[in-house]
Design a binder for this molecule. Sequence first.
Ligand code: KE4
Length: 429
Amino acid sequence: MKTDRSTEMFRVASQYMPGGVNSPVRAFKAVGGNPIFIKEAHGAKVIDVDGNAYIDYVGSWGPLILGHSHPQVVEAVCSMASRGTSFGAPCEAEIELASLICAAIPSMEMVRMVNSGTEAAMSAVRLARAYTGRDKIVKFEGCYHGHADSFLIKAGSGLLTSGVPTSPGVPASIGELTLIATYNDLESVIELFNEYGKEIAAVIVEPAAGNMGLVIPDYEFLDGLRQLTLKNGSLLIFDEVITGFRACYGGFQNIVGIRPDLTILGKIIGGGLPVGAYGGSREIMQRVSPQGDVYQAGTLSGNPLAMIAGVETLKILADDDWYDRLEVLTYYLTGKLKTIFENHGLLYEINRLASMFTVFFTEELVENYTAVLSCDTQKYGAFHQALLNEGVYFPPAQFETGFISCAHDMEDVNETAEAVDRALSIIQG
Ligand code: KE4
């Protein structure tokens, strides 16, 4: 692929923005080479500034479950924009989106809209601390809940990719309030509750972990968290920023049948525009200002463009058998990839859940953080670069999740499989 314009843009961007990007994982540091600059995107494809088209499995890191530039979403956003982009006052679209979310996720009796998953996660933790009168939280190695100080302790996603799971700049006094446990290891949580039980405000967890690459939860682990928090008067927070409306029309909680006290959403509910949300029981949520005393605010929270994009996206997802189609297509893709990797002598692990998947460059079963760390990230980098040159855009980091959209079809999947076969031949030499 000729990518001269991307290379030049990256050079200029790097003069104005740290690392030439506005979010670290986009910089391709984990896979080598320069990031491609995207000019436009339609359906399952992105097109870079040099005119190269790629089958896209990043999907803007999850929001684009319908595919890029869905006509109904674009039309709704353009129509709204012609009537205003932000009012700093209530609008009907907020009610529409809030009611759709609460109807789809029964544990969310009330919801507050914010502008990112980070903002939703930090607000939910503040609310849990106020509601319980406690300060400590439990999070899991390799899970990522955005970049608020409390979460940048042994975090996943870009921190894991950069090899700095705990970020500088987080005061020790804050870090000490975040207790770390091991994903899918209930015993590691029991030990923390035995020592700090009555100090723990909340356990925050990705019910299916997407920031180590995709790690599937053990049901007993999730159910154990629910029992432990109930027993100790702590809240259980499900971070469904990735899984919300991705695994089904609602939360992953709808599938596992576990009712958390608070849920965090983002990505899909904004249809590709900046959004986040947190919600839970009426009893807990009524503590949020101005109804209650727990302060949280935002200039663009509930802005009509993100709301209308989210409403349109959820309405489309609700009225068809999209989730069945996504499941079948993802099953088909990962089955073909498994065979192709084996044909190249690579017995790699491929985790799949609904329309999420990760090819782990390790032969170990990947059920926890330790197994994730056994991945050959160098080889993943070479694979990513070779695949990009074959016109397929996988996540530019081993510790991220790939996404299939409603716009992908069998032709895309077959083209992808052929491209993977060629890329493996190239890197295997
Ligand atoms: P944002 O602040 O990026 O909207 O959401 C933070 C967040 C919270 N919780 C979960 C489970 C998340 O996955 C995220 C953000 N996801 C990453 C990708 N794994 C966003 C991509 C990026 O950081 O550029």
